[in-house]
Design a protein around this ligand. Structure first.
Ligand code: NAP
Length: 330
C-alpha cells in the first residue's frame, strides 16, 4: 500500500466537495479529493441545470461539474479517481483514509462530502432513461415537463411535496403508491387531495419504464398489488421519491449519525471528531440542491481552514514518517 500525506482530504466530488476543495487549495493547503464512483455526484447525471446562479442560459450537470473540477484544480487540488473503503478517525489527526485501489492518505483535516443517493426502484428501463424522462429531482427537471403527463412514485413527504411542485408544470400529475394510504403529513395530504391536477393510483407498483428509439420515456407498466392486474399506460415523466440513503456506511462507528445514517454536524459544519467536517447531502435532508451543497462546502472549508490555522503547531502530518504497511500476503 502506498502512503500519501496531505493537509486536507475531501471525500466526495459533488458540488460540496469541489467547492470545499476550491477553498482549501486556494488557502494554500495541499488538497486531495477522493472522487468516488462518479465525478460530480448526483448533479453529473442531471441533463439540464437552470437553477444554478450565474448561468442565465442554463448549463448541464456535466458542464457544471467540469467547471468546478477545473477551478479547484487551478489552485492545486489533486484528484484521486477511486472510492474510500475505510477510514480511521479514532486517534485524531493525522486522519487515515484508505481507497479501494490500495492507497492510504494521511491528512491533517478531512471534509466529508460523500452525499446521499435517491433510492431506486431497480426496475427495467429506470436507469436507462435517467435524465430523459426518469428523474429523482422535481426542482431540477420539472420545468422540462410543461404540459406533459407526469407520474410520481412514492407516498411520503418527498413524493407529495414534489407532486405539488410538479403541478406548476405538468398537465396531469398522478401519484402511484404501493399502499392505499399515504405516509406524508396530513397537511401535505390535504393539499394534494384538494389539487385539481393531482390524482392517485393506489396499491400499485411500477414494474417497467418504457421508451422510444430517441431515448425518451413513453410509458410505464404497473401492477396492482391487490388485484394482480398488470396495465400499461402512456406517460412523459416518471419522478421517483421513495426515500434517500446517505452514503455513510464507511464511517460507521467513527462519525456520529442520526438514525437514518445522516452525519451530524454543528452550525460550523464540525462533526463529532475534531478536525473532521461534513457538508452537502451527507447531512442535509431538506434542501438537496447543487447550490446549497456548494454553499455548505464553502462553509465547511472555511471552518476547516480556521481550525488548521488554530492548530498549526500541533499538526504534524506532513512531517510524520508513515508506519510501514503490510503488503497483502505478507
Ligand atoms: P419516506 O418518508 O421514507 O417515504 C418513502 C415513500 O416511498 C413511502 O411512502 C414508501 O412507501 C415508498 N416506498 C419506499 N420504497 C418503495 C418501493 N421500493 N416501491 C414503491 N414505494 C416505495 O421518504 P421521504 O418522503 O423522502 O422522506 C424522508 C424524510 O424527509 C422523512 O422524515 C420526511 O418527513 C422528511 N421530509 C420532510 C418534508 C417536509 O417536511 N416538507 C419534505 C420531504 C421530506 P410506504 O409508505 O408503503 O412505506
Amino acid at each position: 500500500m502506498k502512503v500519501n500525506k496531505t493537509r486536507v482530504v475531501v471525500i466526495g466530488s459533488g458540488p460540496a466537495g469541489l467547492t470545499a476543495a476550491l477553498y482549501t487549495s486556494r488557502a494554500q493547503l495541499d488538497t486531495v479529493v477522493i472522487v468516488g464512483p462518479q465525478l460530480g455526484g448526483q448533479i453529473a447525471t442531471t441533463h439540464e441545470v437552470e437553477n444554478y446562479p450565474g448561468f442565465p442560459e442554463g448549463t448541464t450537470g456535466p458542464e457544471l461539474v467540469e467547471a468546478m473540477r477545473a477551478q479547484a484544480e487551478k489552485f492545486g487540488t489533486t484528484y484521486v479517481y477511486d472510492v474510500v473503503t475505510a477510514v480511521d478517525f479514532e486517534n485524531g489527526s493525522p486522519f487515515r483514509v484508505e481507497t479501494g485501489g490500495g492507497e492510504v492518505y494521511l491528512a491533517d483535516a478531512v471534509i466529508v462530502t460523500i452525499g446521499a443517493n435517491p433510492r431506486k426502484l431497480n426496475i427495467p428501463g429506470e436507469s436507462e432513461f435517467v435524465g430523459h424522462g426518469v428523474s429523482y429531482c422535481a426542482t431540477c427537471d420539472g420545468f422540462f415537463f410543461r404540459g406533459k403527463d407526469i407520474v410520481v412514485v412514492g407516498g411520503g413527504d418527498s413524493a407529495i411535496q414534489e407532486a405539488l411542485f410538479l403541478t406548476k408544470f405538468g398537465k396531469t400529475v398522478d401519484v402511484i403508491h404501493r399502499r392505499d394510504e399515504l405516509r406524508a403529513s396530513v397537511a401535505l395530504q390535504s393539499r394534494a387531495f384538494a389539487h385539481e391536477k393531482i390524482s392517485f393510483t393506489w396499491d400499485t407498483v411500477v414494474e417497467e419504464v418504457k421508451g422510444n428509439e430517441k431515448g425518451s420515456v413513453t410509458g410505464i407498466v404497473t401492477r396492482n398489488l391487490k388485484t394482480g392486474e398488470v396495465a400499461e399506460r402512456s406517460v412523459d415523466g416518471v419522478f421517483i421519491f421513495i426515500g434517500y440513503d446517505p452514503n455513510s456506511d464507511v464511517f460507521n462507528g467513527q462519525l456520529a449519525t442520526d438514525e437514518a445514517g445522516y452525519v451530524m454536524i454543528d452550525q460550523l459544519y464540525r462533526t463529532n471528531v475534531e478536525g473532521v467536517f461534513a457538508a452537502g447531502e451527507i447531512h442535509d435532508q431538506v434542501f438537496r440542491q447543487a447550490i446549497t451543497a456548494a454553499g455548505d462546502g464553502c462553509a465547511a472549508a472555511l471552518t476547516a481552514i480556521a481550525w488548521l490555522e488554530d492548530h498549526e503547531d500541533e499538526l504534524q502530518t506532513l512531517d510524520v514518517e508513515p508506519e510501514p504497511v503490510a503488503e497483502a500476503g505478507d
